[in-house]
Design a protein around this ligand. Structure first.
Ligand code: FMN
Length: 215
């Protein structure tokens, strides 16, 4: 059974989408997410989900060009559409804006210089939102899946918007937590911007080798 979440959605402190609906009607489900996802003027480069998937390629070199706020809003809203365990939304997004914090994040991320990207989002697990009556380790497992999937949705949204990204999984958890000022454990850092160069997708193993049919 789906839980009835009455709680307000928590956004990172200070985050305001560029445009919001004229009136907020609590009876309209997902009003803000839908408004952001459907509204312009963000240029959507590709609306074909499968084309977006087929073209996505990680980028570590970004142009200095800033990413439009409407695009950032869409990337964040896309994360919010991801499924989560029990719909408890066991994750949070930290939107790192200051150049100083990005610099500190580089160090926290094993000195990976591209963490200084135009848009840096840290996806953290928040198992305390997952209200199932299950052991703590299960709640943590759900929260990491929630946070990871949400970041994946944002990554695809970025691609659809003509942006590129790099997923950072190599970091010192405590250092990242200190930089963004939270006691929530990060699951990934997503760095987004306009790519300096458009590259072909990387090769994958043969699809037939990936699938293991069990009867
Ligand atoms: C769980 C995970 C952790 C990753 N960690 C890093 C990382 O710390 N640094 C980095 O440069 N790339 C990292 N990547 C990006 C991968 O190297 C990249 O996705 C992979 O080479 C496939 O390339 P593609 O994304 O262009 O298909 C990570 C990706 C994933 C999914």
């Amino acid at each position: 059974m789906e839980p009835d979440i009455k709680e307000e959605k928590i956004y990172p402190l200070g985050y305001e989408p560029e445009t919001t609906p004229e009136s907020t009607d609590p009876n309209v489900r997902n009003q803000l997410i839908n408004f952001i996802l459907k509204s312009g003027p963000a240029e959507v480069v590709d609306t074909d989900l499968f084309a977006v998937m087929a073209k996505r390629r990680s980028t570590r070199k970004f142009l200095d060009k800033p990413v439009e706020t409407a695009k950032i809003d869409k990337i964040i809203a896309a994360a919010d559409t991801a499924p989560t365990a029990g719909n408890y939304q066991g994750f949070e997004i930290f939107y790192v804006k200051s150049p100083e914090k990005k610099k500190q994040l580089i160090e926290a991320c094993n000195n990976q210089p591209y963490v200084n990207a135009p848009v840096v989002l840290v996806f953290c697990k928040n198992p305390s939102r997952v209200k199932f009556d299950f052991p703590e380790y299960v709640l943590k497992k759900f929260a990491i899946q929630d946070a990871t999937l949400a970041a994946g949705y944002s990554q695809l949204a970025a691609q659809a918007l003509g942006l590129s990204s790099i997923w950072i999984g190599m970091f010192d958890e405590q250092k990242v937590m200190d930089v963004i000022g939270t006691d929530l454990v990060p699951s990934s850092v997503l760095c987004i911007g306009y790519p300096k160069q458009t590259k072909f997708p990387k090769p994958r193993r043969n699809l037939k080798d990936l699938v293991h049919v069990t009867w």
